[in-house]
Design a protein around this ligand. Sequence first.
Ligand code: G6P
Length: 346
Amino acid sequence: GDAYKGDYAHFTLKEIYEQPETILKAGEKTTEAIEKTADYLKHSKNIYITGSGTSYNSALIAKQMLSKYAKIKVEPIMSSELQFSPDSIEENSILIAISQSGESADVLEAVKIAKKANCKIISIVNLLTSSLAREADVVIGMNCGPEIGVAATKSFTAQLVIIYKIVEKLNNSEIKINFDKISESVSKTLDKPIRIQIVAQKLKNISDIYVLGRGVHYPIAIEAALKLKELTYIHAEGIPGGELKHGPLALMDESVFVLIINPNDSTYSDTLTSAREIKARGAKIIGISDVESDVYDYWIEISKVEESMYPISEIIPIQLLSYYAALEKDTDPDYPRNLAKSVTVK
Ligand code: G6P
């Protein structure tokens, strides 16, 4: 009901604005489950990670983070695809299943297959009473409160926080995450939505938008494209920066907008080069970065944070942009057409 929206026009907006708090709360009271998870991951040869929609995009980030900061290899498999290659699951492995609702049919099916192969199930869920939580050997709660908007927002950043906590546990020293700092940087973005609202107006009549990123920013580009699709119905696609010349460059012209995810890390200069190549074809460039550049037609500033934390800080303005573009297009941001919050049938 309306009561729960408080002063916000939509649940989605409220949930976006809750993130400075939910980032801090995610993974609170889960120390034991995180320790158990770290222990399982250290002692297993094969580790798979699965989910649907946004939760699968978190799995893609987890793969990169675990590999980079904990030297642990995990294989992401989309839940809906796992059913078609059950043989790819080695006996006695670990399956990490990520699901906000814990009720997605595809995820539950993936878990069933893994259990048949004698795998241990580690779940990352928001609803602790869900089917997935019941099926799992280890349950890690996202602790971000009910999420009503169909497009996942605060549950995504909560999932990332939990992944960081697992990484931190495994890695011991190299990475020490300052969640207060990241929460602060998220607040900063949320406090100044004006620029984002101006860019949202420009998206009103476009039919294609691309999101480009390299390394860990590529899965964020995929998640960004998903948010734009769900909320605005604009055709949106994530592009891994280096692949531009292998196809997507053919699509660039004056009618196209491209979001460039370009924080000041090791991907920065290559991604800036990509932005220039795209701009030369007449497309409009929206830069998400802590560094300003003349290549951006519109610059959306994020705060400088520790390198591993950029994924959280860069998805926030994109969630807001998708929301405000939905308002421009007069679509319903909370309940996009044809979609459901959790898909409980196959
Ligand atoms: C549906 C929702 C998405 C969500 C996906 C997975 O498609 O519309 O927003 O990411 O399900 O949901 P889950 O509850 O398993 O994370």
